[in-house]
Design a protein around this ligand. Sequence first.
Ligand SMILES: [Zn+2]
Length: 307
Amino acid sequence: MTKPLIGIDLGGTKIEIAALAPDDGRFLLRERVATPQGGYDEVLSAMGDLVARAEATLGVQGLPVGVGIPGCISPATGVVKGANTTLLNGRALDRDLARLLHRPVRIENDANCLSVSEAVDGAGRGAHVVFAVILGTGVGAGIAIDGRAWAGAHGIAGEWGHNPAPRLPEDRGVPTPHCWCGRGMCNETVLSGPGFAADHLRHGGAALDARAIVQAARAGDAGAQASLARYAERLAGALAQVINLLDPEVIVLGGGLSNINELFDTVPRHWPRHVFSDVIATPLHQAQHGDSSGVRGAAWLWRVPTV
Ligand SMILES: [Zn+2]
C-alpha cells in the first residue's frame, strides 16, 4: 500500500485529524481535540502533536498532510483571510505548519474540502465538476474539478454564500436582512440555519430554530410550511445561478440543513423557471460523508501528489 494520507479539519471549537488509506479511503485512525483558545501558537502546536501521535500510531513518519480551514490563504498576501476562527487571519499558516512538521502542507477552505471529499468518493463520485454547499451556521460552497479544489484567482471561488439572495414576492414590505460581511441580503442571511430562523421570524413566525421550523412544517403548521417553501425557493434560485454559470454535473448539499429531505424534491422542481436550458438533469444529492467530509477532503488534497 502506498502511504496513508493525513487530513486535519481545523475549526473554531475542535480540531479533527484522520488518516485515510489512499487506495480505498478507509479511515485508518481519527482523533478529535478541542481547539485551544489561548492563541495561534497553541493551535499550531496542537496540530503538530496530533500529527506526531497519528504517525506514532501508524508507525510511519513524514506522511502528506492536508488541512481544511475556515477562510483561505490569500494568493495576494500569502496569509489567511476571511476565517471566522479569527486568530488564523493574517497568519502564514501553510508556511508555519510546514516549518513545524518539516514537510510541505496543503491548505484549503473547508467548503472546498467538502467538494473534494464528495467528488473523490462521495455523492459526486465520477463527476468532473462538483459544486458542494455547506448549509449550516454559515453558508459556504466549493468547486471540485476532477477531484481537486478550484480555489480561484483570489482564493474565493465558491464564495456563493455572499452572493445576493433571490428575493420573492412575499418579501415585499418585509425588512431586508443585512449580512455580517457588510453587504445586503446575502444567501447566507436566509439559507444558513440562523438565517432561516430569522426569515421565519420576519415573516410573522415564532422564534424557532431551523430544526423546530421543519418539525412544525411537517406537523401541518401553515406558517412554518410557508417558511420552508420560501427556503426551498430561495435555495433553488441561488443554485440556478450556479447552474447557469458553472453547469456542474452534480450539486451536493452538506451541513445541518442538508438533513431537510424535502429539499431534494422541491428545489429541482423550481429550476426550470430559472435555468436557461431545455433539459435540467443536474442531480442534487446530500453529502455522503456528513461531518467527516471536511477531514476526508483535507486528506484527499494529497491524492494527486504533484500539482
Ligand atoms: Zn455576506
